[in-house]
Design a protein around this ligand. Structure first.
Ligand SMILES: [Zn+2]
Ligand SMILES: [Zn+2]
Length: 142
């Protein structure tokens, strides 16, 4: 998707424009469950910009990543690797003004998904170990 799309948090204090990927993915890991209070549905984006006075707050959830939310209303907004290029953020699907534009095509950490729910439709599924192996291959050893 080359078009820039817009979105915002619940209170509207944090608003973005972004160049999103074509599809949304779901992460079923235990950390995302706690962070979102549900399942984490998100879209990988480039060149994300936020309004200058957005009250963004970051929680450093691991050595390599942080989770960013609105300091006013608490909406979960994005996950980013701390060494990611400027503007590369994995934005919350539901923060987009038109979340239904994105098909949900993948599920990661499928081995941590609770047995009490499942997504309808066909998705590409990866276990946590498969995701970590893919990530290690991308960034190289260490
Ligand atoms: Zn807000
Ligand atoms: Zn996760």
């Amino acid at each position: 998707m080359s078009e820039r799309l817009t979105g915002k948090c619940l209170c509207g204090a944090c608003a973005f424009t972004a160049e999103p990927g074509d599809a949304a993915g779901v992460c079923h890991c235990g950390m995302c469950r706690k962070w979102t209070g549900g399942i984490n549905m998100a879209v990988q984006c480039k060149n994300v910009t936020w309004n200058d006075d957005a009250p963004l707050k970051a929680y450093r959830s691991s050595d390599w990543a942080e989770r960013v939310f609105c300091g006013t209303c608490g909406s979960n907004l994005f996950w980013r690797a701390v060494d990611a290029p400027e503007g590369e953020q994995i934005l919350a699907l539901m923060a987009f003004d038109e979340p239904e534009r994105f098909p949900v095509t993948s599920e990661i950490f499928i081995d941590e998904k609770l047995s009490t729910y499942a997504l309808a439709g066909d998705t590409k599924k990866m276990t946590g170990a498969e995701v970590i192996a893919m990530f290690a291959a991308e960034v190289g050893e260490g």
